[in-house]
Design a protein around this ligand. Structure first.
Ligand code: M6R
Length: 612
């Protein structure tokens, strides 16, 4: 996904911006570029492909970088126009006096383009929507870039964060946002802009979060924020406590495996910050009274991808512990079918990034219909968090790999906590059962550590499986939802065609695809469904499948049916999903590694999907 970095100060702006862009590579991109102001003359360089392509061009150039104290940079993920040098950002205005970088989409760019061509004779060079911003700014520019910006955004529809520089104002960067992230980093004798915190962590931990419709003006000593009425606003400083090292690989080959190993820590943080000595749950000050909970006639959980899979387990937990009916939907479908949501609905949005546009749009739809909005989010201060009535953070820490792992397990932990909290306040769950579940949750991090200790066995298994082109995941109850997540992990990083299905549904069609040596991962972690799973395993075994059984320690009967067995530590069925998913994450990781895939940046994928 697109990324923005800007710098103004006495340092080498080109170097700082390129370094910042590299920290955003994990978001996925297809080209990169930089615009620099050399004392009143703008220069733009941009290249398709990796940032190293851009660096090669810059190295060969004779730009006097020592005189470059202002620059804006961009990594692009194509939406309008193919990945190419021309379509890459920054974009110049026709007179080369203004340069911009842009994340998001200008929905009415064709109308603006037509008007600029007709009324001002502007010639466009790229296929992008973004170029209209540079041209519009130059048409409105009368010596103040912020004034031009206010006029330009009043004509634009869509979602965007924009940074602009003008040749005639060599001491200023101007930026704005609407529904796309933007923050200003506070430096000492210098200031920064970025779409994402990791880009700036090396230089700053103090940020201003820019709100929708605001215009921010940076010089090297000051950051001024103006609201939509052009009035100066005072913003609290947002302090980031995690350091740059936690956003790097710590010696692991990939962020994904590092993040898989960070799960015990993330789960401990997510749980222990919320538990009192008496096992009571504190929902971070969320005021959800018995009256509120009794008033809900339904809970709606909406999310995308992995977060949606966490929602499926959330449904199970809330219905079981709090006895409230739950619907789960993928965000891209939710708002297009006039869902039954009203002021008696609790709407829960789940999102790691908090910037997924579909989830944000669904949240707004539910808000319009009067629902109370709670979100389960990893990125503090993200759009989903800010637009929710209540936020319950997953304390997973920054998740860099495109494939979500620690965000998923901490989302599950949050779902259990919300469900148990509601069940207890409502009086729907017996104390003894509640306390047993809390004790089980407390043990999850240490059980997970034990499970991670068996990683090499799964790595060996991956070596025997990696050449396969098809894998099936089957399970019953919560295991069928865990199978969906295991299947998504495998396909997104290894490009193996994988398919997850409720085990009982297999014989209604899909079993036709099972033949000799077809790989079937059979999740069998639910004690009351274990025997039924053994029958399902026999069905696929009879057709020659290579079955990998996943079961709790002690349930050794599975070994007679499976070609290979993976054990997870003993636990109550209810919390097994947090453990059961981990071998699937590890299996996907090592299969992808054996296949030589670009694990942290799989093809065609982005970390935060901020387009519909
Ligand atoms: O940031 P979000 O949790 O809202 O992202 C939702 C999905 O895009 C995300 O989970 C995606 O499916 C991951 N690549 C899965 O690993």
């Amino acid at each position: 996904m697109c990324g923005i970095v800007g710098y103004i100060g006495d340092g080498n702006a080109e170097k700082i911006v390129i370094e910042g862009l590299k920290k955003l590579e994990y978001r996925g991109y297809d080209s990169s570029g930089i615009a620099m102001n050399f004392g009143g003359k703008l220069a733009v360089e941009k290249r398709k492909g990796r940032i190293t392509n851009l660096e090669e061009v810059l190295e060969k150039s004779d730009y006097p970088f020592e005189n470059c104290h202002l620059a804006i940079g961009h990594t692009r993920w194509a939406t309008h126009g193919a990945p190419s040098d021309i379509n890459a950002h920054p974009h110049f205005s026709m007179d080369h006096r203004i340069a911009i970088v842009h994340n998001g989409i200008v929905e009415n760019y064709l109308d603006i383009k037509e008007k600029l061509i007709k009324e001002h004779g502007i010639k466009f060079v790229s296929e992008t929507d973004s170029e209209v911003i540079a041209q519009l700014l130059s048409v409105y520019y009368e010596g103040s870039l912020e004034d031009a910006m206010f006029r330009a955004i009043s004509e634009m529809r869509g979602a965007y964060s924009i940074c602009a520089i003008a040749a005639d104002e060599p001491d200023k960067i101007v930026a704005t946002r609407k529904d796309a992230p933007l923050l200003a980093g506070i430096g000492n004798g210098c200031n920064f802009l970025a779409s994402d915190i990791p880009a700036l962590l090396k230089h700053s931990r103090e940020f201003y979060l820019i709100e929708n419709g605001e215009v921010v003006v940076l010089d090297k000593n000051d950051i001024k924020i103006y609201n939509a009425e052009h009035k100066s606003v005072v913003r609290d400083v947002f302090h980031v406590s995690w350091d740059a090292a936690s956003a790097e690989k710590d010696g692991y080959d990939h962020f994904m495996i590092k993040e898989i190993h960070e799960q015990p820590k993330g789960l401990t943080e997510t749980l222990m910050r919320r538990l009192g000595d008496d096992n009571s749950i504190k929902l971070d000050g969320i005021n959800l009274t018995k009256e509120d909970i009794d008033g809900f006639n339904k809970v709606y959980i909406v999310a995308c991808g992995t977060a949606y899979h966490a929602g499926l387990i959330g449904k199970y937990a809330i219905e079981k512990f709090a006895k409230i009916p739950v619907e789960v939907d993928v965000a891209s479908e939710f708002r297009y079918r006039d869902p039954f949501v009203d002021d008696k609905t609790l709407f829960i949005a789940i999102s790691q990034s908090g910037e997924t546009l579909d989830t944000l749009a669904a949240l707004r739809e539910a808000k319009k219909k009067g629902a109370r909005i709670m979100s389960i989010v990893n990125v503090v201060g993200s759009s989903v968090a800010r637009e929710s009535d209540d936020v319950f953070y997953t304390w997973a820490g920054p998740e860099i790999a495109v494939a979500s792992t620690k965000a998923y397990t901490t989302q599950l932990m949050c779902m259990y906590l919300v469900a148990l909290y509601m069940g207890r306040v409502k009086g729907a769950i017996e104390d003894a059962y509640y306390n047993r579940l809390i004790e089980e949750l407390k043990e999850i991090p240490s059980k997970l550590r034990k499970l991670l200790g068996t990683e090499h066995q799964i790595q060996d298994l991956a070596k025997t499986l990696y050449k396969t082109e098809q894998v099936f995941f089957i399970g019953r109850g919560t295991d069928s939802a865990v199978g969906l997540e295991g299947s998504l992990k495998l396909k997104e990083i290894s490009y193996i065609n994988s398919f997850a299905i409720a085990a009982g549904e297999l014989k209604h069609g899909t079993i036709a695809l099972i033949e000799k040596d077809t790989i079937v991962v059979a999740l069998s972690t639910q004690d009351d469904l274990f025997e039924k799973m053994l029958s399902n395993i026999q069905e696929v075994k009879a057709r020659g499948a290579f079955v990998i059984g996943v079961a709790k320690e002690g349930n050794t009967a599975i070994e007679q049916q499976s070609s290979h067995t993976i054990y997870i530590p003993k636990c109550m069925d209810e919390v097994a999903p947090i453990l059961a998913v981990v071998p699937l994450q590890i299996l996907a990781y090592y299969i992808a590694k054996e296949r030589g895939c670009d694990i942290d940046k799989p093809k065609n994928l982005a970390k935060a999907v901020t387009v519909e």
